[in-house]
Ligand binder design. Structure first.
Ligand code: C2E
Ligand code: CA
Ligand code: CA
Length: 752
């Protein structure tokens, strides 16, 4: 749910971002298009302005030439009729000052004077004809030079007596139309009103043959219309401009402007990209940069998205992968379960819990590195076997969970037995490779999911509770969860909740069980055992609450409470002048977490004025045989003795005790576990018991036989020279007052 919400958010933000970027892009493109239109319009204006400017220049130049010529002609009119005598020098001078190549005077029949003789049929020239008609003229000669003409009048009359012709090099005109304005890319020419090119630049390009420029468009096309408009404009002496596509596919602008002084037309032909080419270059750069920016902007959220996704994956990886095995961890397991189980039918799936028995011992015996290796091997087998059925995870330390798509007890049993067999094969090989052998046990508990809506943690707890619900003789047995276990769990929960109140209320009571000297039969001591006498629930035995309090730490408070009760009792006995004997108190291993616990116990004894040698501290054997704690335990035993306490090794023989290790510890009592005496008649067991008793004597410790119920057992122990016996054969644990009476009665038998 969380993930899909986050995903939705990311997608929405991405979409919004993309939308904004798209809008910005559209805006930029629109601006550029607008810019392009404006540049187009601007280009046309610019071309038109330049053409008009050139046209004016040319027109002014022609007018000036004409004016100069007219003034010469007027001067000539004023000369005397003796024209031939004076004229030569005058015209020579004017040629130089006015920039003509030559000046000539002609009448209707012959050239009267010429500054520079030139073979030319002047009389058929249109300009000469025009001058003879009384108008100024302008035309070209056959050699390509230009001729300007003006009539020469009879002095003070309107009679034309001749024509003054001024010849100029066409280059003057060509220079005027050679454009710098369009970076050399434009072409300007002068045409007559029939469209014939009169003056073209020296390098006049073929496209100046206008016929060949225009594509053959049909008469309705834009170009044809523009040409028609141009023809109309020229007739009416109007300038104009239009765009068209030339035959060579280039886009051109044609600007035309009449030259009134000559009746000719100035045409300017410019590529339409004359301005936009440079602008286009900048525009495409701007566009390119904008596009790049937009792409970058668009890619940023995607990059961020991918970085975030990668990051999320890494977090997921570290959050859901078990670092030791590289497989699923418990969080991943629970997540996977939540995806499937709530939608499954009852009793179609099961949760299986696996626990390696005494894994701590494995770590201690073979080292943490080998322990880790074993965990990986077990996980590998589980993972392989579960394929096709479900999935497996390592939850913590040596605990594994499987979610199995099987709901039938028989099928589950077959599956687990197959798993256990494979694990055993792998482990056997592994221990062989270490040149050792070890009794490897994988315990398992199963919860067949009856209620798929239950919280996955509860399902796991049930499988675990089923696994833990086993007796010592049920090693490797597959245990299934049932309602009784749930009841027990509920009861435990209840008891836990009642603890504090009961402690304040003194509901915990001290019971004492006597220890009897085997040979003499007299009382040699007692063991303090707790009983929880609850006002509503009645008597509750230690087995129902001690393991639970061991797990949650309450046991320490309870042990101190019982210890104080023992001190109170001993103190009273001492005060009453009774015969006293050592009383042993059970101490949980949890005390080792508090290094000052022994001094606190000693303080209590001092407060009740009880000599510490009357107090024995019982430590269960599992504490002694945990290799990593050997030094700590030795230390504590040393401190106990320093404080005057006696130390008793409890439950010897119930677990992995080794006789060799016994020598390591300086204990005062060794309590043989009652499991020894169940089959004490078995010669092997008898031998063991006997050697433990002998060994105890050798190391200076008393041997105490626990849980002795029959005279047969007692007789055997007597033979084996056991020191003390504690068991129902003499008495059950009794409340202090009853115990006192029992002791009195018992001692009386011996005249004490
Ligand atoms: P444990 O220290 O081994 O105590 C001896 C247990 O054997 C006692 O059980 C006692 O009632 C029982 N027992 C004695 N003689 C016989 C017999 O002849 N036959 C049989 N079947 N049982 C016999 P209890 O009192 O139920 O205590 C059980 C365990 O609870 C104790 O085992 C001890 O480990 C623990 N415990 C009891 N009281 C305390 C306590 O105050 N503090 C701590 N830390 N543990 C305690
Ligand atoms: Ca004990
Ligand atoms: Ca015991």
């Amino acid at each position: 749910m969380q993930k899909s919400k986050r995903h939705l958010w990311s997608v929405t933000i991405l979409l919004l971002f993309s939308l904004v970027i798209t809008l910005v892009s559209v805006f930029i493109v629109q601006c550029l298009l607008q810019l392009r239109t404006e540049i187009g319009e601007h280009t046309e204006r610019y071309v038109s302005d330049v053409t008009i400017q050139i046209a004016q220049d040319i027109d002014n130049r022609i007018s000036k030439v004409v004016t100069d010529l007219v003034s010469v002609s007027e001067s000539l009119s004023m000369l005397d009729s003796d024209i031939h005598e004076n004229i030569g020098g005058y015209l020579e001078q004017k040629v130089k000052t006015l920039g003509f190549t030559s000046l000539l005077i002609t009448d209707q029949t012959q050239v009267i004077y010429q500054t520079c003789s030139q073979q030319e049929d002047f009389f058929s020239n249109a300009a000469v004809q025009q001058a003879l008609q009384g108008e100024n003229g302008i035309d070209f000669l056959q050699d390509g030079s230009m001729i300007y003409t003006a009539p020469i009048y009879e002095n003070d009359s309107k009679e034309i007596i001749g024509v003054l012709g001024g010849i100029r090099d066409i280059k003057n005109m060509q220079n005027l139309i050679q454009l710098d304005s369009f970076s050399g890319r434009g072409l300007t020419c002068i045409v007559d009103n029939e469209g014939n090119v009169i003056v073209a630049p020296t390098d006049s390009a073929p496209f100046l043959q206008l016929d060949s420029i225009f594509q053959e468009e049909d008469s309705d096309s834009d170009v044809s219309q523009s040409i028609r408009q141009m023809e109309k404009d020229l007739v009416e002496n109007r300038p104009g401009i239009f765009r068209f596509k030339a035959k060579d596919d280039s886009d051109l602008i044609l600007s035309y402007d009449p030259l009134p002084s000559s009746g000719w037309i100035l045409l300017t032909l410019v590529p339409s990209d004359i301005i936009s080419k440079t602008v286009n270059l900048y525009m495409s750069r701007v566009l390119g940069i904008s596009l790049l920016t937009v792409c970058l902007l668009i890619s940023i959220p995607f990059i961020l998205f991918f970085i975030q996704r990668n990051h999320y994956r890494q977090i997921r990886q570290s959050a859901f992968v078990d670092r030791l095995t590289g497989k699923m961890n418990n969080s991943a397991f629970q997540m996977e379960c939540e995806k499937i189980l709530p939608f499954s039918a009852p009793e179609t799936y099961s949760i299986i819990f696996f626990d390696i028995k005494n894994f701590k011992l494995i770590n201690n015996l073979f080292g943490i590195g080998q322990g880790d290796m074993i965990l990986r091997y077990v996980m590998d087998v589980l993972n392989t076997k579960v394929q096709g059925y479900g999935f497996a995870a390592r939850a913590a330390s040596d605990n594994f969970y499987l979610c199995l798509h099987l709901g039938n007890q028989e099928e589950i049993l077959t599956f687990i037995n197959d798993v256990l067999q494979s694990v055993n094969v792998v482990m056997e090989k592994y221990f062989q490779s270490l040149d050792t052998s070890y009794y490897f046990v994988l315990q398992s508990g199963v919860y067949i999911i009856e209620d798929p809506m239950l919280d996955i943690t509860i399902m796991q707890d049930r499988a675990k509770a089923a696994c833990q619900n086993r007796s010592d003789t049920e090693d490797g047995v597959v245990k299934f969860y049932n309602v009784d276990i749930l009841d027990r769990m509920k009861k435990e929960q209840e008891l836990n909740a009642m603890f504090s109140h009961s402690l304040e209320n003194r509901d915990f009571q001290l019971y004492l069980q006597p220890k009897i000297w085997v040979q003499k039969g007299t009382v040699g001591g007692a063991e303090a055992l707790v009983r929880w006498i609850h006002p509503q629930k009645g008597m509750i035995f230690p087995s129902d609450f001690i393991p639970m309090f061991e797990a949650n730490g309450n046991i320490c408070k309870l042990d101190f409470y019982i210890f104080e009760e023992v001190c109170r009792t001993l103190s009273r006995w001492l005060a009453d002048g009774r015969t006293v004997f050592p009383v042993s108190v059970n101490l949980s291993r949890q005390h080792f977490k508090h290094p000052d616990f022994l001094s606190r116990l000693a303080d209590l004894a001092r407060r009740y004025r009880v000599p510490t040698n009357l107090l024995q501290l019982e430590l269960t054997e599992s504490i002694f045989f945990n290799e990593s704690e050997v030094e700590t335990v030795k230390n504590f035993i040393g401190q106990m003795h320093q404080l005057g306490f006696q130390c008793s090794l409890d439950d010897f023989g119930s677990g992995f005790s080794t006789l060799g290790l016994l020598m390591e510890f300086d204990v005062d009592d060794i309590k043989l576990d009652r499991s020894f005496f169940k089959d004490i008649h078995n010669p092997k067991t008898g031998d063991i018991v006997s050697s433990v008793i002998d060994l105890s004597r050798k190391i200076g410790a008393m041997s105490v036989a626990e849980g002795v119920e029959t005279t047969e057992q007692l007789e055997l122990l007597k033979k084996m020279r056991c020191d003390l016996v504690q068991g129902y054969i003499f008495s059950k644990p009794l409340p202090v007052v009853e115990f006192e009476t029992w002791v009195q009665r018992h001692q009386a038998k011996f005249g004490l």
